[in-house]
Design a binder for this molecule. Structure first.
Ligand code: PRP
Ligand code: URA
Length: 210
């Protein structure tokens, strides 16, 4: 199935690294390193059409015109798992402003529970990138976009690693204006709301909590 608002990033380097994130033998230390690398690689593709403006500079040899990014970029990782992707993205785009949203899924109802929200000010004109490795039922992403829109957020995008059809469909239904960047669309969710085949619980694998 093709989704109009979903951009599948299929660069071979990204797909290679995803395999090691999926493998159950990958230990937390390696999982964190690879996730950070993948997030950095993803932004090359995500920022392909970013607006640039010319500025005058001087090289050691002469005057020249250089190009710089002409957008205010706001990165908004969803805690916990989004923060490792945040690090990888900031390696590449250090000038981004960063907000954090804390959401966890209630294990019984799978409904998102918000526990923290601190966003950069004046984000009406910013390009906003919500970051979370997993888009499963879509509850957390919908909630995060709701919060960003309540603060008047401008153009909103979601950067995730693995998306499942129910999550894509829920987010698109509630927020059809959000573009989704992902590196895999997996087939389904199990009865506990986990993505199959997925990579397991991203937070636990990152931080070794289980
Ligand atoms: C994971 C993941 C997403 C959410 C996705 O977080 O990082 O935020 O689940 O699931 P959904 O699309 O069904 O809402 P989790 O709730 O496990 O919280 P944690 O990162 O604090 O462990
Ligand atoms: N959250 C995760 O961490 N993994 C899943 O597969 C689904 C939700």
């Amino acid at each position: 199935m093709e989704y109009k608002n979903v951009h599948l990033l299929d660069h071979p380097l990204i797909q290679h690294k995803l395999t090691f994130l999926r493998k159950k033998e990958t230990i937390s230390q390696d999982f964190r390193t690879i996730l950070r690398e993948v997030a950095g690689l993803m932004v090359y593709e995500v920022f392909r059409n970013t607006k640039l403006r010319d500025i005058e500079i001087e090289t050691p040899m002469s005057k020249a015109v250089g190009k710089v990014i002409d957008e205010d970029i706001a990165l908004i990782p969803i805690l916990r798992a989004g923060i490792v992707m945040e690090d990888g993205i900031l390696d590449v785009i250090p000038m981004a402003r960063v907000g954090h949203i804390g959401i966890y899924r209630d294990p019984e109802s799978l409904e998102p529970v918000e526990y923290y929200c601190k966003l950069p000010e004046d984000i009406e004109k910013s390009s906003i990138f919500i970051v979370d490795p997993m888009l499963a039922t879509g509850g957390s992403a919908v909630k995060a976009v709701d919060l960003v829109k309540e603060k008047g957020g401008g153009k909103i995008n979601l950067i995730c690693l693995i998306a499942a059809p129910p999550g894509i469909e829920k987010l698109t239904l509630h927020h059809p204006d959000v573009d989704i960047y992902t590196i895999a669309i997996d087939s389904e969710l199990n009865s506990h709301g986990y993505i199959i085949p997925g990579l397991g619980d991203a937070g636990d694998r990152l931080f070794g909590t289980k």
